[in-house]
Design a protein around this ligand. Structure first.
Ligand SMILES: [Fe+2]
Ligand SMILES: [Fe+2]
Length: 155
């Protein structure tokens, strides 16, 4: 599904997260010990940087919209999974195959949940550029802007 601008960047980061989950799974299932250790280190480094920033943006920008719209179950599940992922990554200070596989499966399932459920609802709540412009403009200007857009779409 096409994403609104507010969700495009988060969705793009999900692709990177899925690549990390795939690499972690491969290393856990069939990699050498050195590869398991390298992936465990990579997971911990990414959790301390990109992944943590991604979680914080979802928690600060997206979840309050969902909570305000009455989607408490989605908010609770997202927060619980973020907590589990943080704990799972922290446990990789001991780079064991089982822990790495558990992290990979959690991350993959979390991204799928967000793309298929959370973002589908968020898509309907996120302010589109048109709605933001209409809300910001005085009524007369909003009507004029709509008329201009309509005439532009015909020409
Ligand atoms: Fe998330
Ligand atoms: Fe996410």
């Amino acid at each position: 599904m096409k994403r609104s601008p507010a969700l495009i960047e988060l969705s793009r980061e999900h692709h990177q997260a899925l690549r990390l989950a795939l690499a972690a799974r491969r290393a856990a299932v069939s990699g050498a010990d050195e590869e398991v250790a390298a992936l465990a280190q990579q997971v911990r480094a990414l959790m301390a940087s990109e992944l943590e920033q991604h979680f914080c943006r979802e928690e600060a920008d997206l979840l309050p919209l969902l909570a305000a719209a009455g989607h408490a179950e989605l908010v609770t599940r997202t927060l619980a999974e973020h907590r589990l992922l943080r704990q799972s990554a922290a446990a990789l200070v001991s780079p064991q195959r089982g822990l790495l596989l558990a992290f990979a499966e959690l991350l993959q399932a979390h991204v799928r949940f967000e793309e298929r459920e959370l973002f589908e609802v968020g898509e309907r709540l996120a302010p589109s550029p048109d709605r933001v412009a209409a809300a910001a403009a005085p009524p007369g200007e909003a009507a004029a802007a709509a008329a201009i857009r309509a005439s532009g779409s015909r020409g």
